[in-house]
Design a protein around this ligand. Structure first.
Ligand code: DLL
Length: 438
């Protein structure tokens, strides 16, 4: 009989056992960083925490936070807890300003990561018979190699196609019969668009599951991708600082992303007060490494906003589930004092059936006042049909957006294929107030 879980012992642990496993692993991690990372020795001493005496998970509040800035200040190898002779891999993220963030892995870290991804893929319904086309970028980005090792461990056939060369991606998909595609959700839409132009019939292809992440995407976007590619679209989340993809992932039921709580301890905090929030609150998600050896991080502030739910999932897995991340605290736009997230705009847009799922938010300041425009494409036929009526159509979308966000957003309908497509993480916002250019 086929097994139901990849790693039942850990995936279905009762909550109190998860908590005691986390406490035990956290203590080990604290000792590791205290002994081997000067930055943490100083921080723990300042906080008056003796890692050898750490017992209760409740005491986590006494531990210091770690931020991206700390990684930058300790660039490149200052937070490594192991000598380079034990480090077998380095990844890094480019970042737009200053030093990149550098992360490292021991042999054990790499095999733990592979195990996590295999477990995630298994929970989504991927099996060893599957052909996985991995279109996340291979290289310093963690997406490509991260998914790759887990997919191989599962025993699936991996096609390391990396990102880009979209027509070739589609040819591979067709000729090799890929059953699973891994890429960003925005790239999945681009593949669907190019496929349509090439006359590809996705409904009759073997493709059945998509593993999408690395950027925020709404439920509405999920429906759009599922309808265009005729697949189940699954959300996978992660960040290089913590490990890469696989920090959390949906199971086939798609009702929240299961956090790998045997490896990472999640918390939700109020980003301003930096205090933990009660269960069910929306806040910034913070992770503490529990098993990582090369570069464990304590209370790493992700800047991602989500909600945690620790009730067991219908699938029987017991790890807490994260709600689909709704964006980052630093993605929040403040327009004339009103806060708005790009995801709120996307949610409204995806419900307007005449438009294409390609958009760009352009923020500026004119005469000391913030302005916000939404550039969005309409499909060929709608463009031709509504050409005389575009203004009316624009204001109907503007009204919907006002209802959802409380701000006046100036909608600019654009001709098909005028908005730049993405092969990796999409850039949805251009903030001219910060000197950004299109
Ligand atoms: O994006 C790791 C990854 C690769 C995840 C492939 C999933 C798939 P970074 O480049 O370090 O790592 O970017 C991490 O991307 O803090 C979030 O803001 C965002 N992010 C990642 N996954 C999701 C997701 C990879 N599923 C940053 N939903 C994170 C929303 C996501 N945002």
């Amino acid at each position: 009989m086929e097994k139901f879980y990849w790693e039942e012992e850990y995936e279905t642990l009762p909550r109190e056992k998860i908590r005691s496993l986390q406490a035990e692993r956290l203590k080990k991690t604290l000792i590791n960083v205290y002994e081997n990372v000067k930055f943490y020795k100083n921080k723990l001493d300042d906080a008056g925490v003796n890692p050898y005496k750490f017992k209760n998970l409740e005491d986590i509040e006494k531990l210091p936070f770690t931020t991206k800035e700390d990684l930058r200040l300790n660039y490149p190898f200052g937070l490594f807890a192991k000598p380079l002779s034990e480090i077998v891999r380095i990844h890094s993220s480019s970042g737009t300003t200053g030093n990149p963030t550098v992360v490292s892995y021991t042999k054990n870290d790499i095999s733990m990561w592979g195990g996590l991804i295999a477990r995630d893929l298994y929970s989504t319904g991927v099996r060893s018979q599957d052909i996985i086309q991995n279109s996340y970028g291979y290289g310093l980005f963690t997406g490509g190699l991260g998914l790759h090792y887990g997919a191989e461990l599962l025993g699936a056939t991996v096609i390391p196609s990396s990102g880009g060369l979209t027509e070739r991606q589609i040819k591979i998909m067709q000729d090799y019969g890929s059953t699973v595609i891994c890429c960003t959700p925005s790239y999945a839409l681009y593949i669907a668009e190019v496929g349509k132009e090439l006359g590809i019939d996705f409904a009759n292809m073997p493709l059945r599951i998509g593993i999408f992440g690395a950027e925020p995407w709404t439920e509405e976007m999920r429906k759009e991708i599922e309808a265009r590619l005729f697949i189940d679209a699954i959300d996978i989340y992660g960040l290089s600082e913590i490990i890469g993809p696989g920090v959390s992932c949906e199971c086939s039921l798609k009702c929240g992303l299961h956090v790998a709580e045997d490896h990472f301890l999640p918390e939700i905090i109020d980003p301003a007060a930096t205090k933990p929030l009660p269960p069910g609150s929306t806040g910034e998600i913070v992770f503490t490494s529990l098993t990582k050896e090369a570069m464990p991080l304590i209370r790493y502030r992700t800047r991602d906003l989500s909600i945690l739910d620790d009730l067991p999932c219908q699938c029987g897995r017991t790890h807490s589930r994260m709600k689909k991340p709704m964006g980052r605290t630093d993605d929040m736009l403040i327009i004339r004092g009103v806060n708005v997230f790009p995801s709120q705009i996307e949610e409204v847009l995806m419900q307007v059936k005449e438009i294409e799922p390609h958009y760009l938010i352009v923020v500026d300041r004119q005469n000391y006042l913030d302005t916000i425009e939404l550039w969005v494409e309409v499909s060929e036929d709608v463009f031709a049909e509504k050409i005389n009526d575009l203004e009316k159509f624009e204001s109907s979308i503007e009204n919907k957006l006002y209802g959802a966000t409380g701000i006046n957003i100036d909608v600019k309908l654009k001709e098909p294929k005028t908005i730049k497509r993405s092969e990796g993480k999409a850039k949805r916002v251009i903030d001219r107030r910060k000197g950004e250019k299109i």
